[in-house]
Design a protein around this ligand. Structure first.
Ligand code: SF4
Length: 456
C-alpha cells in the first residue's frame, strides 16, 4: 500500500537512542539541544520502562531561540549542568528543531570551551540526531561512535590502561539496545571465558540499580572514562546487531585505527545465532565453552522438542528495532513458527536482506516492511491472521483488536513491570522467551475453551 504519511510510526526518536547511550557512560548527563518537550517525552519513556529516576537536561528553546539560534541557550545549559551536577561528561544531542534551524553545535561548543578553558570543564561529547531522518537506533549507534571517536583521540596521548597487555584477551563489546539484564548476562558469559570486557554503553546498573537512602543526582555505574580511554588496548571487538554490517560503526572505526579484530554478529537469540556467539568467544578466548552453557543449550533443545506440538505452524507478527526483529524472526523459524510479517520503522536494508535469506532457507513466506507504521502493520495483520504478536508495548492496541497475545520484548514496555530484567539473549534468554511464547499460546487456548481444562 502506498501512503505519503506515517501514522503511529514503528520507531522512536533519535535523541532517545543517544540519551540511552549517555546513560550508560559513568558520570554523564545527557543534554538535548532543543525544546523542553523532547527531553520530557524521552524521560517519560525511560522512566516508565526502566522504573528508575532519569535526568535529561534541555537547552530549553523558546520562540526567539527558534528564530535567532540556540548558542546562548546551549552555553547557559552547559554552565547550569556543570554547577548543579558536577558531571564527568556532558553528552549533547540535537533535536529536530535545532537541526531544522541549522544550529552549528560543534562551532558553539568550540567557542564555549575556548572561552571557559576545556581543562576546567567536563568532557563534552556531541552527536547529531535529526529524528526526521532516522530512528532511535540511528541515534544510539551514532552516539556510541561519537563517544568512541572522542576518546580514541584523547587516548592516543594517555597512558592509563584498563586492559593492560593485549595478551590478556580483552574484549570491547558494543551490545546494541538490549536490556540491563542482557548486558549483565553477556558480562557473565565473557568473564566465564576468562576475558576482560568493557561494554559501550553499560546501563546495566544506571538503569536497573539498587534502592537508595538518599537521591543520587547521577546514579552509580556505567562505562568509565578510563575504560573508554583504554579501548585502543582491546584484543578483540564484538559488535552485536545485523544492521551494523551496513554502517560505519564504532567497531569498524576502532579496527581500522588500532588494528583489533572486529567480530560483527547478529543479536544472539535462538540456537543458531547463540552458537555463532559462543563459537566466536571460543576462538577469541582460546578456551572451551564452559559446561554450564552447554547444559543451558541442552535444556533449550529439550524444550524445543517438548513444546513443538504447541507451536508448529503457528504464525507471528514481529515488530520493533530491526536487529531484534531479524534475530527473533530467525529464532521463530527455528521453532517452527512462521514470522508472517516482520516490520520496523527503520530504513532497514540489512534487515530486508537478512529476512529474505531467512525466507529462502526455511521456505516461509515473510512479508517484510521497513519504514513501517502501526496503521500499516494492522492492515497487513488483518489479512495475515497471526496467532500472536511479538514486539514492544506499542503493539498492545493491535493485540487487543485482533484478540491475540502480545509477547513483550524490546523497548518500550510500559504496560508491564520488570522490563529491565527481561532476558532476551543467549541460551538462557532464548529459554525465557521460548517459555513465554509457549505459555501465551497455551493460555489463549485455555481461556477460549468452554471446558475449563486444567491440563493443556
Ligand atoms: S520533536 Fe524530534 S527530537 Fe523532539 S521528541 Fe519529537 S521526534 Fe524527538
Amino acid at each position: 500500500m502506498n501512503t505519503t504519511v506515517t501514522r503511529n510510526p514503528c520507531k522512536l526518536c533519535s535523541p532517545l537512542g543517544a540519551s540511552l547511550v549517555f546513560k550508560g557512560i559513568r558520570g554523564t548527563i545527557p543534554l538535548l539541544h532543543g525544546s523542553q518537550g523532547c527531553a520530557t517525552y524521552i524521560r517519560r519513556y525511560f522512566i516508565s520502562h526502566f522504573r528508575e529516576p532519569v535526568d535529561i537536561a534541555s537547552s530549553n528553546f523558546v520562540e526567539t531561540t527558534s528564530i535567532f539560534g540556540g548558542a546562548k541557550n546551549l552555553c547557559e545549559a552547559l554552565e547550569n549542568i556543570n554547577e548543579q551536577y558536577r558531571p564527568e561528561i556532558i553528552g549533547v544531542a540535537t533535536t529536530c528543531l535545532s537541526e531544522t534551524i541549522g544550529d552549528d553545535v560543534p562551532l558553539f561548543l568550540n567557542n564555549f570551551l575556548k572561552k571557559k578553558g576545556s581543562e576546567t570543564f567536563p568532557d563534552i561529547i556531541f552527536v547529531s540526531t535529526p529524528s526526521y531522518s532516522g530512528t532511535h537506533m540511528d541515534g544510539f549507534h551514532s552516539a556510541v561512535k561519537s563517544i568512541v571517536e572522542y576518546y580514541s583521540h584523547l587516548c592516543e596521548s594517555a597512558d592509563s590502561s584498563f586492559f593492560g597487555d593485549r595478551s590478556e584477551k580483552s574484549v570491547a563489546v558494543f551490545p546494541n539496545f538490549v536490556s540491563p539484564a542482557d548486558i549483565r548476562h553477556l558480562k557473565e558469559i565473557i568473564l566465564d571465558f576468562g576475558m576482560k570486557p568493557v561494554f559501550v554503553p553499560d546501563y546495566s546498573q544506571t538503569l536497573d540499580g539498587v534502592s537508595w537512602n538518599k537521591y543520587e543526582k547521577i546514579p552509580e555505574g556505567g562505562t568509565s572514562r578510563e575504560n573508554l580511554m583504554s579501548l585502543r588496548e582491546a584484543s578483540f571487538l564484538l559488535e552485536l546487531g545485523n544492521s551494523l554490517t551496513g554502517m560505519d560503526s564504532a567497531g569498524k572505526f576502532l579496527e581500522s585505527k588500532f588494528g583489533s579484530k572486529n567480530y560483527g554478529l547478529g543479536l544472539p537469540i535462538g540456537i543458531d545465532l547463540t552458537d555463532d556467539f559462543f563459537n566466536s568467544l571460543k576462538i577469541i578466548s582460546g578456551r572451551k565453552i564452559p559446561e554450564k552453557y552447554i547444559a543451558q543449550r541442552g535444556r533449550l533443545v529439550d524444550a524445543y522438542c517438548d513444546a513443538h506440538k504447541y507451536l508448529f505452524g503457528k504464525k507471528a507478527v514481529v515488530f520493533g528495532e530491526e536487529d531484534m526483529v531479524v534475530s527473533i524472526a530467525q529464532f521463530l523459524c527455528e521453532i517452527g513458527v512462521i514470522p508472517v510479517l516482520c516490520a520496523s520503522g527503520a530504513k532497514g536494508s540489512e534487515m530486508r536482506k537478512a529476512l529474505q535469506q531467512l525466507s529462502q532457507k526455511y521456505k516461509n513466506e515473510i512479508v517484510i516492511r521497513t519504514k513501517a507504521d502501526f496503521v500499516g502493520i494492522e492492515e497487513e495483520a488483518e489479512i495475515l491472521k497471526p496467532d500472536f504478536l511479538i514486539g514492544n508495548s506499542k503493539g498492545y492496541t493491535l493485540s487487543r483488536k485482533l484478540g491475540i497475545p502480545l509477547v513483550r520484548v524490546g523497548f518500550p514496555i510500559h504496560d508491564r513491570f520488570g522490563a529491565s530484567r527481561i532476558l532476551h539473549l543467549c541460551y538462557k534468554g532464548t529459554q525465557e522467551l521460548f517459555d513465554r511464547i509457549v505459555n501465551a499460546i497455551v493460555a489463549k487456548k485455555q481461556s477460549e475453551s468452554e471446558a475449563g481444562y486444567t491440563y493443556m
